[in-house]
Design a protein around this ligand. Structure first.
Ligand code: CA
Length: 522
């Protein structure tokens, strides 16, 4: 097959008349972009070590294709999701902004319906509980304007049922495969028609958790991730035939609950607790889809002009629905999905970008989901389009080129001295360490958490104490004071909506107001 950009060059040759044009280099082929966004995949849920050394989890899970991607690219060991739950991270990817600035700080479901769990002393602020609305500055809209074919496959979860944002084609995607408002599949099995009723004979009882649009697979024996993988290959081949560069957002529903095994992979994990064995097969199925992606890029000889980012939308689930002891599945990180601690937000991050990212490298520079927006825009066009000035305004993410290039990052203060803000003024349904309304920042080696319910601060030195076991807020008052000021400045800059104190009916104080009024952090 003749690549589209060569086709253009051939057409140009036919238009040449006497005298012949001076030979020149063909135009650079445009860059394809793939964001492979796994759901709920924890930092330790892969066989590619993200810690300083391989762990027992790295040995447990089997992700050879991620190993292949990492060998050809960069592992970002301090990679974060924008939030500890789904929708805020997913909307940050499409906007380049933090959940706080978007005011989409929690997961969405039904129109005008708040999913926040009850809390005895706090209520949620008036956040955008319908999620994303159509907007010309969304990442797929901008790429579409730049001539890209924009493809969404899998879990969307950007907007609530009954709102335009529930449908990815309203958000700039040309193609939507199986995406809608719900953040989990009813079933991973085709014999259930991927429906929540999980019947093999009666398909009359529909639910908002039923996966839409995969009717072609209903009568085959196929696992959901494999069905999405097949559609991915079809869509990439279609994009090649259509002659445009493509932006693929491949977002498997896995490894979100319901934890259901892909029996094709079960043999490898028979020593594990059955629930954990099932979870491991879900991971391996995701990795198989990644392998399929890499194979089809190789088949079409476009791997060298395709940026591939592999990451997750929040930390690994550990509070419930897992086998073994709760809150231990992301060790050495503390806690898991939903939590303010590292287990809630630190996730696998691997980037392959031939010619830019040195193969087989690692970086410990902190990066976060919203960075992908400016990174992808810079990678696909060297300058803003100028069509809409709003598109380059108020971005919270940074262009990761200086980090991904593997050079001296200290020359780039926007990357080396940055503050990453986390803000979740919501009570999650499950309970566990750090699972409560909070704001936090990561700055250099430090992390400050401000828990809204009792206005307490916790300070951790992640370089020395990755597991957040030793609160240094009393031992290091000078660091505490500095970080409280920075957290307060970030929250004000983002016009963050604080939790509401149900007694006073007022928003919880900014962090620097707490410190000033009490004279201490307790
Ligand atoms: Ca998620």
């Amino acid at each position: 097959m003749i690549p589209a950009w060569m086709g253009l060059a051939v057409m140009a040759c036919f238009q040449v008349t006497d005298p012949p044009a001076v030979p020149s280099d063909p135009p650079s082929p445009p860059l394809n972009v793939v964001v492979f966004l796994v759901d709920d995949l924890g930092w330790q849920d892969v066989s590619v070590p993200h810690h300083t050394h391989p762990t027992s989890f790295n040995e447990r899970y089997h992700t050879p294709n991620l190993e292949r991607l990492a060998a050809q690219g960069m592992v970002l060991t301090n990679g974060y999701a924008s939030a500890p739950v789904c929708t805020p991270t997913r909307t940050s990817l499409l906007t380049g902004r933090t959940p706080a600035r978007n005011r989409i700080t929690y997961w969405t479901f039904n129109k005008d319906s708040d999913t926040t769990a009850r809390n005895p002393v706090l209520s949620a602020p008036p956040w955008r509980m319908n999620g994303l609305e159509p907007h010309s500055a969304l990442l797929p809209e901008v790429l579409s304007d730049r001539g890209y074919r924009t493809i969404h496959i899998g879990k969307a979860h950007w907007g609530a049922h009954g709102t335009p944002g529930s449908e990815p084609t309203n958000l700039g995607f040309d193609v939507n495969v199986a995406g809608h408002a719900s953040g989990a599949p009813g079933s991973y099995l085709s014999r259930h028609h991927f429906m929540n009723s999980r019947s093999e004979t009666d398909f009359s009882r529909s639910s908002r958790w039923d996966v839409p649009g995969l009717q072609a697979f209903h009568d085959r024996d196929i696992y959901l991730t494999e069905a999405l993988q097949e559609r991915m290959v079809e869509e990439i081949r279609g994009a090649m035939g259509d002659g445009r560069p493509f932006f693929l957002h491949f977002a498997p529903y896995a490894v979100h609950t319901p934890i259901m095994p892909n029996t094709a992979h079960l043999d490898r994990y028979e020593e594990l607790h059955p629930r954990e064995a099932a979870y491991a097969t879900m991971i391996e199925s995701v990795d198989a889809a990644l392998g399929c992606l890499l194979d089809v890029l190789d088949e079409h000889e476009i791997a060298d002009r395709t940026l591939v980012v592999f990451t997750s939308d929040n930390g690994g689930l550990s509070a419930h629905a897992r086998g073994g002891t709760p809150h231990t599945h992301n060790h050495p990180l503390r806690s898991g999905k939903g939590s303010a601690y590292e287990g809630g937000v630190r996730v696998p991050w691997v980037v392959r970008w031939p010619g830019v990212v040195p193969a087989g490298t690692r970086s410990d520079q902190p990066v976060v989901t919203q960075d992908l927006y400016p990174t992808i825009l810079a990678a696909t066009s060297p300058a803003p389009t100028g069509k809409n000035p709003e598109r380059v305004r108020e971005l919270d993410g940074i262009d990761l080129a200086s980090i991904l290039g593997g050079g001296e990052v200290s020359r780039h203060p926007e990357a080396s001295d940055r503050v990453i803000l986390f803000h979740q003024p919501h009570t999650w349904g499950a309970r566990g360490p750090g699972i409560e309304p909070y704001s936090a920042i990561r700055w250099r080696r430090w992390k400050l958490i401000y828990f809204h319910s009792d206005r307490r601060f916790e300070l951790y030195d992640l370089a020395a104490d990755l597991g957040e076991t030793r609160d240094l807020s009393l031992e290091r008052p000078e660091v505490l004071e500095l970080l409280i000021a920075r957290l307060a400045a970030e929250l004000r800059d983002h016009e963050a909506q604080m939790s509401i104190d149900t007694v006073s009916g007022k928003p919880v104080e900014w962090p620097d107001e707490v410190a000033l009024s009490s004279g201490t952090n307790r």
